[in-house]
Design a protein around this ligand. Structure first.
Ligand code: ACO
Length: 402
């Protein structure tokens, strides 16, 4: 075994692993992932079982506090959250200031960061556990309100405030699809579908956004700002932004006549920057267990809601063709979590540019759990090294002589 402390003084000995393909950044007890076997577990519970039997709030509790809640603990958790669902009225002024067509992820990141201006107690490093806990609760409580306000603003519709009578997911759906003038019935099929999707997105160990949350948090930056940075990391199309990119790609293929072979060939062409969105994963090299559940949920939900979406057929054709294509097989490229999720979001009535925001809503408990664990483990500030490849010594040349 190597005594890491002895390596400290060996300057010049740096491990270079671009993209951290094989470098661990932490020890974590939150999420287990076996990419070869396609296994994903939260705190030891299989994702398949949680998706079937649990609710999103229960899974949030599990991720953050480490165990499934008792009935009493879940009720307390729900009631603490219910107390904090409103956002400060002044937050709406920021919302009003954004162009109505601006991307919801930009609005989400800035609004979440803005929470830190209203709750200065969250800013102190080494706050008491009670303050840390309250900050986590406030963030969980206010996030769905912010997300639905962004959506309502994009439509130019009046905002729907949270209602205490609803559970977490129903409250979110009511704020999103509800109306001020009349009560809207919330379809249990939609509630179940949302719970499933949010659970499947709730954590995924040290991915780009979770690592960002931990990295930013490691400077003792507050939770709101750390999660805001995670939202930005998620936005990119190589990460959570892929769910929006997949639907846009499927639409393009549909408009192009639905010739999936042509698009498969485009993805294989190394001179073409096009990538098959929703395919491939850094860790899963067999299949993404979330994609399996989502594909099945997609069929079920579309059938239950009586929706026939032609892009679902295109998606299935693409998957089938890729699974027998040597390019995809050799590189172990399979559909990931984002491949079918957008089709469900669309069936539920969400516009395309809200898809990544929905991913963020699901990932929030994971980010919080990662941030909390990093603090509890008293991890040092994240500060990678580099291999310098620039100039060595250069003599300064006066500007008129350059
Ligand atoms: N389409 C075509 N070729 C691909 C794709 C794809 N979607 N993904 C990977 N490849 C190819 C690469 O070109 C590379 O080929 P090469 O060996 O001939 O050079 C090989 O497969 C390995 O790919 P890398 O980019 O090295 O794999 P990496 O682990 O760095 O990237 C990633 C993983 C970013 C997910 C990648 O597969 C990708 O861009 N997928 C599309 C975007 C996407 O769906 N992102 C969502 C991921 S899930 C999530 O974050 C929630």
């Amino acid at each position: 075994s190597i005594d890491i402390s002895k390596l400290r003084d060996l300057t010049g000995h740096i491990t270079l692993d671009l993209g951290y393909k094989n470098t661990g950044s932490t020890k974590s007890a939150i999420t287990f992932l076996d990419g070869e076997k396609g296994i994903l577990k939260y705190r030891g519970y299989s994702i398949e079982e949680l998706a079937e039997k649990s609710t999103f709030l229960e899974v949030a509790f599990l991720l953050i506090y480490g165990d499934l809640p008792t009935t009493k603990a879940l009720e307390d958790f729900q009631s603490q959250i219910t107390k904090h669902t409103l956002i400060h009225e002044d937050m709406k002024k920021f919302l009003d200031g954004y162009p109505s067509k601006s991307h919801p992820m930009a609005q989400l990141a800035s609004l979440v960061c803005s929470l830190s201006t209203f709750y200065p107690e969250s800013l102190k490093a080494n706050s008491s556990p009670e303050t840390m806990d309250l900050t986590m609760i406030k963030l969980l409580a206010k996030f769905p309100t912010i997300v639905s306000f962004i959506y309502k603003k994009s439509l130019g519709h009046p905002l729907i405030y949270p209602k205490n009578k609803y559970d977490y997911v129903s409250n979110y759906l009511n704020m999103t699809f509800g109306q001020r003038t009349e009560e809207v019935e919330i379809d249990p099929v939609v509630v179940k579908a949302m719970n499933t999707l949010l659970i499947l997105h709730a954590d995924h160990e040290q991915n780009c956004s979770a690592s960002t949350v931990r990295m930013v948090g490691s400077s003792d930056c507050n939770l709101y700002a750390s999660v805001s940075a995670g939202i930005d990391a998620l936005w990119g199309p190589l990460h959570g932004g892929a769910n929006q990119a997949v639907i846009e790609m499927l639409e393009l293929i549909k408009e192009d006549g639905g010739d999936t072979e042509k698009w498969i060939n485009k993805a294989k062409d190394k001179n073409d920057p096009f990538r098959m969105m929703g395919f491939g994963h850094r860790v899963y090299k067999n299949f993404d267990p979330r994609a399996k559940i989502i594909k099945k949920a997609c069929d079920d939900i579309l059938e239950k809601l009586g929706i026939n979406d032609p892009v679902l057929e295109i998606a299935k054709k693409l998957e089938e063709a890729a699974l027998s294509d040597p390019y995809f097989v050799e590189r172990k490229l399979y559909p990931n979590v984002d491949f079918y999720s957008g089709i469900i979001y669309r069936a539920l009535g969400f516009p395309t540019d809200m898809f990544t925001v929905l991913f963020a809503l699901g990932r929030l408990p994971g980010w919080i759990a990662q941030w909390k664990e990093m603090h509890e483990n008293k991890e040092p500030i994240g500060r990678p090294r580099q291999v310098y490849v620039g100039h060595t010594n250069r003599a300064f040349v006066e500007i008129e002589k350059r």
